[in-house]
Ligand binder design. Structure first.
Ligand code: ITT
Length: 200
C-alpha cells in the first residue's frame, strides 16, 4: 500500500491549509501546526515574504520531524508602493481581520484610477531545522471598487486576476487553485520534492 509522504504546514491559517490540501490531493498527507499544540507561535519580524516564511519554516522544523512548508503571502498594490505587502494580514489594524483589511484597502484606493496589483506567495521548505529550498508564485491582476463574491479569504473579494472578469471570491476555490500565487509556488514545491530533492 502506498503511504503518501507527510507535509506539515507552518501555518495557523485554515484557508491556506484547505487550499494546499485540495491542490495536493492524495499525493501528500497534509497537516498544519494546529495538530501540534506544543508548537509555539512564531513572530513574523521579517521585512520580506522570504524572511517571514523562513522564520516560520525553521521555527517549526526545529521542533517537528519531516517536511515542513511555510507560506508567507500578501497583496502588492502598485498605487500604494507595494502595500499592504508583508503587512497584508493586519493592514486594517487588527491581525487576520479580513473585513477591516478590505475596508482599509478600499479607503486607501478611493478615487485612484491606478488599480494594478498582484498576489505574491513565497514558500520555504525545511527539514531537520534547515532550509532545503524556497519558491515564489505570483498572480497579476487589479483591485475593484467594491467587494464581490463569497468564496476564499483575505482580499479575494477585491482582486480580479488578469484575463478574468470575476474576483477570486466569485471564481471559487477550484478555479482560484488553477491560477493563484499559492498554486504557482506549490507547483514548484511539488516539482522539487518529486524530481530534484536529494533527501527524498
Ligand atoms: P500564517 O502566518 O499562520 O501562515 P497568516 O494569515 O498570518 O497565516 P501571512 O502572514 O502570510 O499569513 O499573511 C497573509 C495575508 O495576505 C492574509 O491574511 C491575507 O490578508 C493575504 N492573502 C494571502 N494570500 C491570499 C489569498 O490567496 N487570497 C486573499 N488574501 C490573501
Amino acid at each position: 500500500m502506498h503511504v503518501p509522504p507527510r507535509l506539515i504546514l507552518a501555518t495557523r491559517n485554515a484557508h491556506k491549509t484547505a487550499e494546499i490540501r485540495a491542490m495536493l490531493g492524495d499525493r501528500f498527507e497534509v497537516l498544519d501546526v494546529t495538530a501540534f499544540p506544543e508548537c509555539p507561535h512564531i513572530e513574523e519580524t521579517g521585512t520580506t515574504f522570504l524572511e517571514n516564511a523562513r522564520l516560520k519554516a525553521l521555527g517549526i522544523s526545529a521542533r517537528l520531524d519531516g517536511w515542513v512548508l511555510a507560506d508567507d503571502s500578501g497583496l502588492e498594490v502598485d498605487a500604494l508602493d507595494g502595500a499592504p505587502g508583508v503587512g497584508s494580514s493586519s493592514y486594517g489594524g487588527e491581525e487576520g481581520n479580513d473585513v477591516l483589511n478590505n475596508l482599509c484597502l478600499l479607503v486607501e484606493m478611493a478615487g485612484n484610477p491606478k488599480r494594478r496589483a498582484r498576489f505574491r506567495c513565497t514558500m520555504v521548505l525545511a527539514r531537520d531545522g534547515r532550509e532545503q529550498a524556497h519558491f515564489t508564485g505570483v498572480v497579476e491582476g487589479r483591485i475593484i471598487h467594491e467587494a464581490r463574491g463569497a468564496h476564499g479569504f483575505g482580499y479575494d473579494p477585491l482582486f480580479i486576476p488578469e484575463g478574468c472578469d470575476k474576483t477570486f471570491a466569485e471564481l471559487g476555490e477550484d478555479v482560484k487553485n488553477t491560477l493563484s500565487h499559492r498554486s504557482r509556488a506549490l507547483a514548484k514545491v511539488v516539482g522539487f520534492l518529486t524530481n530534484d530533492c536529494p533527501a527524498k
